[in-house]
Write a protein of this length. Structure first.
Length: 303
């Protein structure tokens, strides 16, 4: 059965910053072109990797403008509009309604625990009232994370068209057959680096921050897994997993910043109060990345 439109490798772009924390618009436009040129299947804008929680609203608006202009309709765009309550999230989303985004994404409210019924009411209200179809962002580091049965019930709403599920379990897709999901036009996007295995088990796509620095490798891995080229998919998955080790040399996003800088994609992506990686840890990131290799051996990179 054909994949839904929102599928494949959908990197959650970081926000390139100048030293004064204004948006590095040129770096952002280059980053978008680099991703699209590498063959990604969509982009996730102003998500956790972009630190939407730390960047002021006016600068978020500019990020959304620059990204949409740079994409120019070449791939689908998901814009995260998460906030703490129904009206706050709807108000935030209206900041971007004039921009050419395909989907909105939203976390559950995360400050205080809510009942399952309250979380249901929140997402149904968003689905009814947002200007774009809704992708649920389900993350384990917040209050009110959705259980899988809860997520499946919400997916019955015709304007809830997918989820990004940051869950270590690889078996969830087996409990919700791909044929059933795809008949209702629902995209199960997995927030994992285990792209090959999760593809084999039925995931529709991946929102993995490692693809920000390594889109060529992520796309090649997805293509091999989708083509049932088990040998190549295994080899690429091993390479991708070895590279994921570098995000454990300090705070993961600080490590990713070093990897993106090493590839010439940006200088800075961490707003205050987040700190950059110390020099020794940064050297470890680069050393391991170079030893493993940043792209598949049969991919020619011209940048």
């Amino acid at each position: 059965m054909d994949l839904p439109r929102l599928s494949g490798i959908i990197p959650p772009l970081p926000t390139p910053l100048h030293d004064d924390e204004t948006i590095d618009e040129q770096a952002l436009a280059r980053l978008v072109d680099f991703q699209v040129g590498a063959g990604v299947h969509g982009l996730w804008i102003l998500g956790t990797t972009a630190r939407f929680d730390l960047i002021p609203d006016a600068r978020q608006r500019r990020v959304a403008e620059v990204a949409a202009e740079a994409v120019a309709g070449r791939v689908p765009l998901v814009l995260n509009v998460s906030d703490q309550g129904t009206e706050r999230t709807l108000t935030r989303a209206r900041m971007f309604d004039d921009l050419p985004y395909d989907y909105h994404a939203a976390l559950p409210p995360w400050y205080q625990p809510m009942t399952p019924g309250e979380v249901t009411d929140y997402f149904l209200a968003l689905a009814d009232r947002l200007a774009r179809p809704l992708v649920i962002y389900n993350a384990p580091w917040i209050c009110n994370q959705l259980g899988f049965d809860h997520l499946r019930r919400l997916a019955e709403h015709p304007r809830i068209v997918g989820c990004k599920d940051v869950c270590p379990s690889l078996s969830r897709t087996l409990d919700w057959p791909a044929e059933e999901r795809r008949r209702q036009g629902f995209s199960y996007l997995h927030g994992t680096d285990l792209v090959g295995l999760s593809t084999e088990l039925g995931a529709d796509g991946f929102v993995t921050a490692l693809a920000d620095a390594l889109p060529e490798l992520a796309v090649a891995l997805w293509d091999a897994a989708r083509a049932d080229d088990a040998r190549r998919a295994f080899r690429l998955q091993v390479q991708f997993t070895r590279l994921s080790r570098v995000t454990g040399f300090g705070p993961p996003l600080a490590c990713l910043e070093v990897l993106c800088r090493h590839r010439g994609l940006l200088r800075r992506m961490l707003p205050a109060p987040l700190r950059p990686l110390d020099a020794e840890a940064a050297r470890r990131v680069v050393t391991v990345a170079e030893a493993v290799g940043l792209v598949p051996e049969d991919v020619v990179v011209s940048r």
